[in-house]
Design a protein around this ligand. Structure first.
Ligand code: PLP
Length: 436
């Protein structure tokens, strides 16, 4: 099945053997497709004459991976309609594919709403899931008939009353997100104690509350957080009925990660069965679940510093890449990630290194740095490879699709607009996208 062929993108050694690009059925595996795209790009750069920017870092995005994640979602969470969290990676082709697949979209700003609308998505497939919104953005949402939006406090209700009284409102609840990668409840979410007063106020203002939302934290790891949040949501559904509201939708937010998705989905399904009757619509706002594994980043080594141990004379190196913490590795700062370098190209060992691309326990030691002047711009403190890396060589990093490109800056004048080469390792994705 589609699900069972999902690759574990931990090693792409077979990149280096062109004869291995086809599997036993004569079909490229996802990893081989990504590898071919990476190699083709770096092969075509002539370092002696290339223009500034030709050797910039670049992504290879496998839209087939996004497609497989969608099929996996449908299989494991059939009741929950995904509204992709655009903030995670607003890549235009990802949005186009998801739009073709029929998902909804969770937007946090006017720019995200505009981008999704321009993709051709109907406004009813958008939720403006930001409980504290900019006034002019609310007016923009009204003008473009993006009716669904969240709130979690009384001031926001007054704002919505003034700017968009017909909006369809979701009361966002506080959750226990203490075991998640990025906690959100310190900033957003109404407590269970305040839910009653907020519903009373919404009623007094004659506003249209249609549902409840929550977010158990981005990169959630405790499935029971979903159980408790759905139970709390049910309590609010019942309270809302006391105020004369018949709530119709529960939004279970995001937080899912590919590695633990099946277990999380099982608990969530159980919670939904227990607390939410069949007539209640369920939506979710997955972000990283869809894209984290779909993007691979390739970076060029632009400089190297040799450090020799004065006693053992052993050499180690600091290598400087053309991308770093202020660029696509912003995920190290903002998303607590630890991207692992692999060797894509090492000229000292032949054009393509046929040895192990993965880090090793022994071998030459490197620290890996970004290109800016800031000392915190370090990607890896210590990593070893079986070969000597030098200027012009390439490294690649897997799982770079979530909260990377979208939070990159132009600090020091480096670009934040890196090329993306698209491949699609699923026939279904190729058909939808018109790709060969
Ligand atoms: N929905 C909201 C309101 C969020 O704030 C976020 C992330 O911050 C998401 C969805 C997506 O979360 P994730 O990428 O963990 O699925």
């Amino acid at each position: 099945s589609v699900i069972e062929t999902t690759p574990s993108l931990t090693s792409i050694n077979s990149y280096y053997e062109k004869s291995q690009y086809l599997d036993s059925n004569g079909v490229k595996t996802p990893r081989q497709m990504i590898g071919a795209a990476l190699n083709e790009r770096v092969e075509n750069i002539d370092y002696d004459v290339c223009e500034p920017g030709d050797e910039d870092a670049f992504f290879v995005a496998d839209l087939g991976e996004v497609y497989r994640q969608h099929m996996r979602w449908k299989k494991n969470l059939p009741r929950v309609k995904p509204f992709y969290a655009v903030k995670c990676n607003p890549d235009p082709q990802v949005l186009r594919l998801l739009s073709e697949l029929g998902t909804g979209f969770d937007c946090a700003s006017k720019a995200e709403i505009e981008q999704v609308l321009k993709t051709g998505v109907d406004p009813s497939r958008i939720i403006y899931a930001q409980p504290c919104k900019t006034n002019s953005y609310v007016r923009y949402a009204k003008k473009h008939e993006v009716k669904q939006m969240t709130f979690d406090n009384a001031d926001e209700l007054h704002k919505i009353k003034q700017l968009f009284p017909d909006a369809e409102l979701f009361l966002r609840l506080f959750t226990d997100d203490s075991s998640s990668l990025c906690q959100l409840s310190m900033k957003f979410g109404a407590s269970m104690d305040s839910a009653n007063d907020l519903l009373a106020l919404a009623k007094a203002l004659n506003l249209n509350v249609v549902g409840v939302s929550f977010h158990v934290g981005s990169g959630a790891s405790d499935p029971l957080a979903f159980m408790k949040a759905v139970r709390d949501a049910r309590t609010v559904f019942d309270k809302a009925a006391d105020h004369g509201y018949t709530l119709r939708t529960l939004d279970v937010g995001g937080g899912f990660v590919p590695e633990t998705f099946d277990a999380m989905a099982a608990v969530l399904n159980e919670a939904l069965d227990q607390y939410m009757p069949a007539h209640v619509n369920i939506i979710g706002e997955p972000g990283r679940y869809y894209v984290s594994k779909a993007f691979t980043l390739a970076c060029n080594i632009i400089a190297r510093r040799t450090i020799e141990d004065p006693i053992t004379m052993e050499k180690r190196y600091m290598v400087y890449l053309n991308d770093g913490l202020y660029g696509n590795f912003s995920s190290i700062m903002f998303d607590h990630q630890h991207p692992i370098a692999h060797v894509l190209r090492s000229r000292n060992h032949g054009f393509y290194d046929k040895a192990d691309a993965r880090p090793t326990l022994a071998g030459t030691e490197y620290s890996i740095w970004g290109p800016t002047c800031d000392g915190i711009d370090r990607i890896s403190e210590s990593i070893r490879f079986n070969h000597e890396l030098d200027v012009g060589d390439w490294l690649y990093f897997e799982d770079m699709g979530a909260y990377t490109k979208c939070s990159a800056t132009r600090f020091n004048g480096f670009t934040d607009a890196h090329d993306v080469i698209y491949v699609a390792s699923e026939a279904g994705a190729r058909a939808l996208m018109g790709m060969k």
